[in-house]
Design a protein around this ligand. Sequence first.
Ligand code: 3EB
Length: 330
Amino acid sequence: MQSVKHSSRPYGVQQLQNRPVKLDDTVLACVLHGATAAYGDDPRVIAVDLPVLHGAGVELWTSPSAVHFGWDGELGFAKNDEILFGQLHLKETALAATETAVHRAYRQIDELLSRHGYPHWLRTWNFLSDINQGAGDNERYRQFVAGRYRAIAGDTGFEKQLPAATAIGSQQGGLLIYFLAGRSAGWQIENPRQVSAFRYPRQYGPRSPSFSRAMLVPWADQWELLVSGTASVVGHESLHLGEPMRQLEECVRNVEALTAEASRILGVGAAWTPQGCKLYLRASHAGELDAARQCLSRHLPGSKILALQGDICRTDLALEIEAYYTAPRP
Ligand code: 3EB
């Protein structure tokens, strides 16, 4: 697979909203954080409505070759010879029966991937409004997890084919899913410090979350490690309740455990360079922003940092991070 360059461009979302940028035919996806304004109907423009707290809110994924893009029903997609990037947005009115709606959404995506010939899930991002609404098993996040499980898990061996993922709460209504899939599979990486999410015990909901801790993608010229949303979870328990900075340090230890595990699986000590990191911070902990940024710059030197305001799927957690790393292939 040829390498995909993705970068956060050093201009603000605000400017982008006001001054449309021409997307040439090498752009696979242009993820606009903080943006809610209409941007034509280009299927490659993905609007994530979380407030930007710090950093350049644009994540651009570009292809070494021209992409083919369009709408397939409600789904936006862009593809080259090796990977497909896509999005599906459900309005709040479509989410009344959350479990059913999410099941249908993931089935739709899975069918799109089969039809276009990119059957291997690599990475998903899920932004669900009011993610913590509802008590116990009725919580929206748990309903989401149950619907996703019914769509992409449950078949024999499913645990070995789960994408890396992020699931974060928003406030604007609806559900946005955007995703990356491949003609060939990546390598699923689990975290030795954590129980795999797909094996979480019953206390976290009727179904376990269907995602892997990271996905290792073997591009032709380099390795890329796409790290899932990573929280202060060790074993399966949330740690450091009420102590956001200690939670962040635990997140960093978890991410470092994943780069070490990826090197172990490759059988070589790959030199992982952090390229980008997103911090998701609950509004109630916005006061920790500066300290959190300093902590991330220290532990992920050289990485671009985008801080977003969002809700974490466990109510006891204040924050979460995701990251991507690259390493040269020997
Ligand atoms: C955790 O470790 C934190 O349900 O897709 C992180 C990343 C979390 C993805 C998901 C959930 C998801 O359980 C929560």
